[in-house]
Ligand binder design. Structure first.
Ligand code: NDP
Length: 325
C-alpha cells in the first residue's frame, strides 16, 4: 500500500483539465498502484463547472482516487500538494497584444509561485498554460524556497507531434522513433531537432530528405496547434493533456533511458545563457531529471536555437519589472 499523493490542477474547469483530471485519477500519470488526491483550482466564476467535473470524477469510481476538493483560492488549493499542473491561463482576447497577454499571465503565475512557495515548497510543477516558458520563469522566481529544478514547462506535445510526423514520413511505427529534441520556447520559434534522432534504427537525417525536414517538418510541428483549431473548431485539449501525463510520468517514474524534452531553467550550457526556461533534452530517473549533455550542435541548429532564445529573452524583458530582484 502506498500513501496517496496530491496533485493540483489549475484551469480545472477548462478543456485540457477535463481530459487531464480523469487520466490522473485512473493512474495513467503516477502509476497503477499510486493512490491520488486531486485539488482542482479555477476562477471563482468557474466553480459550478468544477463541481460538475468533480461529480463526474466521483461517478467514475476510480479505485485510485482517494479524495478531491475544488478551490478558487490558490493558497488553499496548493497546501501540501506533491505535484502541480498549472494549466489555467488567460487566453488572448480580441485586440490583445502579445505583451498584454504576457503581463496578464505574469500576474497569475507570480501569485501561484508565491502560493506554492508558501504551502508546498517541495512540489514538482509543470506549466502548460501559455506562454508556458515565461509563465514558468515568473512562477519559479516568485518561489525562492523551492528548488528551481522543480519548475518545468511543457514542450512534450511538440515532441510527440514531431515523433508522430517523423514516423508517418518514414512509414514506421512511432515506437521506432527515438531522440527527437525540442529546443527553446513552446511557440512558433521552437526548434524540433532531428540531428540526433533515429528512425527504425537508422539516423533520421539519412532516412529523411533534408529539404522535407527544413521546409515541411519544422513549420508543421510549430503550426500543428493552429491546424487543429482549423480542423476541429477548438484547440487541442486531449493531446495536450496526454503530453502533460507523459511529462509528469517520466519525471515521477523515470524515462528508462529515453530522451524527453522539457522547459527547464537554463544553466549556461549549449550557449543558452542563464535564467531562461528553455526546452532541452533530459533523461528522467524516478523523481528527477538530468539534462543530456555533450550533444553536438551544427551551424543550422545553432541558428535555430538562437532564434528561439532571442524570443524568450524578449518575453522575459516584457515582464522584467514583475520579477523579484
Ligand atoms: P484549455 O484548457 O484549452 O487551455 C489552457 C491553457 O493551456 C491555455 O493557456 C492554452 O494555451 C494552454 N496550452 C498549452 N499547450 C496547449 C496545446 N498544445 N493545446 C491547447 N492548449 C494548450 O483552455 P480553456 O479556456 O478551456 O480553460 C482554461 C481554464 O483556465 C478556464 O476554466 C479558466 O477559468 C481557467 N483559468 C484559471 C486560472 C486560475 O486557476 N487562476 C487563471 C486563468 C484561467 P493557448 O491559449 O495558447 O491555447
Amino acid at each position: 500500500w502506498k500513501p496517496p499523493v496530491t496533485v493540483a490542477v489549475t484551469g480545472a474547469a477548462g478543456a485540457i483539465g477535463y481530459s487531464l483530471l480523469f487520466k490522473i485519477a485512473s493512474g495513467e500519470m503516477l502509476g497503477p498502484d499510486q493512490p491520488v488526491v486531486l485539488s482542482l483550482l479555477d476562477l471563482p466564476t468557474s466553480m459550478d463547472k468544477v463541481q460538475g467535473v468533480m461529480m463526474e470524477l466521483a461517478d467514475c469510481a476510480f479505485p485510485l482516487l482517494h479524495g478531491m476538493g475544488g478551490f478558487s483560492d490558490a493558497r488553499a488549493a496548493f497546501e501540501g500538494v506533491d505535484y502541480a499542473c498549472l494549466v489555467g491561463a488567460t487566453p488572448r482576447g480580441p485586440g490583445m497584444e502579445r505583451k498584454d497577454l504576457l503581463l496578464k499571465n505574469a500576474e497569475i503565475f507570480a501569485a501561484q509561485g508565491k502560493a506554492l512557495n508558501a504551502g508546498a515548497p517541495g512540489a514538482k510543477v509543470v506549466v502548460v498554460g501559455n506562454p508556458a516558458n515565461t509563465n514558468c520563469l515568473i512562477g519559479m522566481m516568485n518561489a525562492p524556497d523551492m528548488p528551481r529544478a522543480n519548475w518545468t514547462a511543457m514542450t512534450r506535445l511538440d515532441q510527440t507531434r514531431a515523433e508522430g510526423l517523423l514516423a508517418a514520413k518514414a512509414g514506421v511505427s512511432v515506437n521506432a522513433v527515438d531522440r527527437v529534441v525540442i529546443w527553446g520556447n513552446h511557440s512558433a520559434t521552437q526548434f524540433p531537432d532531428i540531428s540526433h534522432a533515429t528512425v527504425g534504427g537508422k539516423w533520421a537525417k539519412e532516412a529523411i530528405p533534408d529539404e522535407w525536414y527544413k521546409s515541411t517538418f519544422i513549420p508543421e510541428v510549430a503550426q500543428r496547434g493552429a491546424a487543429i483549431i482549423k480542423a476541429r473548431g477548438a484547440s487541442s485539449a486531449a493531446s495536450a493533456a496526454q503530453a502533460a501525463v507523459f511529462h509528469v510520468r517520466d519525471w515521477a517514474l523515470g524515462s528508462r533511458g529515453k530522451w524527453a524534452s522539457m522547459g527547464v531553467i537554463s544553466n549556461g550550457s549549449y550557449g543558452i545563457g542563464e535564467d531562461l526556461v528553455y526546452s532541452v533534452p533530459v533523461v528522467c530517473y524516478p523523481g528527477e531529471y538530468r539534462r543530456v549533455g555533450g550533444i553536438s550542435i551544427d551551424p543550422y541548429a545553432a541558428q535555430m536555437m538562437e532564434a528561439t532564445r532571442k524570443e524568450l529573452i524578449a518575453e522575459r524583458d516584457a515582464i522584467k519589472h514583475l520579477l523579484p530582484k
